[in-house]
Design a protein around this ligand. Structure first.
Ligand code: GLP
Length: 240
């Protein structure tokens, strides 16, 4: 059972999680962060610089959850670009120590294995940030994903492409495929922190936290994790 924390607003959630990340890095300068994209983790990233101002972050490693396939890594909405802009640059992290799955790899069929090997070599992820899709996805593990899945290429659902069209000129520009850490990969992180804000996430949150374990609600996999924290605003908690 995940620990549920209900906060008044996203900024409070961001402050809570940023405090936890700062504590983690102070205690272990080699900490390995699992980084998420989308709008949800932004309050965490905004709260971090002030908390890490006097902390040595030179050895911190990071692994992003997912990436679009077939999008130029230099495109402003590639997750490589987003992580660079929202996390690496503001926090002064070493870009060489921050990995994003390679959606442009020529040998894309090996990109997942390579990513898994890199996470293992780093000693595993200490704290994995997660958002949740309106269809219950985490990372880009769409409904139907195996709980044992590892990093691999997936097809995005129509709903996810629609949800993410706001970051592009229109749905026609949203890639159709992605490469994402699997649910099995995510479950290996030592601490999961799932954030959700707004009424649009309420049904997905309730299904993930209180519903049966189901591949059709990929986020329900977090119920299997011994240390999962779910931080919600009132609206996202309204169906619990
Ligand atoms: C995106 C990302 C997920 C994210 C989710 C919710 O498609 N791949 O990692 O958690 O969908 O996005 P948002 O936080 O913008 O609502």
């Amino acid at each position: 059972m995940a620990e549920i924390v209900i906060v008044p607003d996203p900024a409070t959630a961001g402050a809570l999680v940023a405090d936890e990340i700062a504590r983690l890095i102070r205690g272990n300068p080699d900490a390995v962060l699992g980084l998420a994209t989308g709008s949800t983790p932004v309050p965490v990233y905004e709260a971090l610089p002030v908390r890490l101002a006097d902390v040595d972050v030179s050895r911190v490693r990071g692994f992003a959850l997912d990436e679009y396939v077939g999008l130029d890594p230099a495109h402003p909405e590639s997750y490589r670009s987003v992580i660079t802009r929202e996390v690496v640059e503001p926090l002064g992290l070493d870009p060489a120590r921050i990995a994003v799955p390679n959606g442009a790899a020529t040998g894309i069929e090996h990109a997942g294995e390579d990513y898994e090997a890199a996470i293992e070599a780093a000693g595993g992820i200490d704290l994995q940030l997660l958002g949740i899709g309106t269809d219950g996805h985490i990372g880009f593990n769409e409904p139907g994903s195996s709980f044992a899945s590892r990093t691999r290429v997936k097809t995005l659902t129509a709903q996810t492409r629609q949800d993410n069209a706001r970051f592009f000129d229109g749905i026609q520009d949203v890639p159709r495929h992605c490469i994402t850490q699997g649910l099995g990969t995510i479950l290996r992180a030592r601490h999961l922190v799932l954030l959700a804000f707004g009424a649009g996430k309420a049904a997905a949150v309730a299904a993930a936290v209180e519903g049966p374990l189901s591949a059709f609600v990929p986020a329900s996999a977090i119920q299997l994790h011994p240390h999962a924290t779910v931080i919600l605003d009132e609206a996202a908690a309204s169906d619990l």
